[in-house]
Design a binder for this molecule. Structure first.
Ligand code: NI
Length: 143
């Protein structure tokens, strides 16, 4: 089993807040990410898949295929968007880094698993210092 990773980037706006809380309470928990007038991050997405290298190509998966899935299913819904308002798969969900990793996993898992590899990890970095990784529910595809 070999793991391979594709990196994609997107820039997006968001606001972390709980509706029932005051701006002060939200600031206390979410800091600058609670700014009522929005703000943005330059996100980095790492998607790792695993499988057995194909005998002819030597690839676990053609990274061009993986990149296309990510662009179609995820990046197109996030890049230069307001995640709270414009990203269908994040509708009604607080756009934390954790939730982004979880929901991106759910968006891409069916398409990845339709190929010859298995989704292993979705990592979302909001800043150079802060990131979240999701490994899903344990699942091993039969070869
Ligand atoms: Ni933020």
């Amino acid at each position: 089993m070999v793991h391979i990773t594709r990196r994609e980037r997107f820039s997006a706006a968001h606001r972390l807040y709980v509706k029932e809380w005051s701006d002060a309470e939200n600031y206390n928990v979410f800091g600058a990410c609670s700014n009522p007038n929005w703000h943005g991050h330059n996100y980095v997405l790492h998607v790792t898949v695993k499988g057995v290298p194909n005998k002819k190509t030597g690839f676990v998966e053609n990274l061009k295929v993986l990149s296309k899935i990510l662009k179609n299913k995820v990046i197109s819904q996030l890049d230069h968007k307001n995640i709270n308002l414009e990203t269908p798969f994040m509708k009604g969900i607080i756009p934390s880094t954790e939730n982004l990793a979880l929901k991106i996993w759910q968006e891409i898992e069916p398409e990845i698993n339709a190929t010859n590899c298995t989704l292993h990890c979705v990592k979302v970095s909001e800043t150079e210092n802060n990131s979240a990784e999701y490994y899903g529910v344990f699942f091993e595809k039969n070869a």
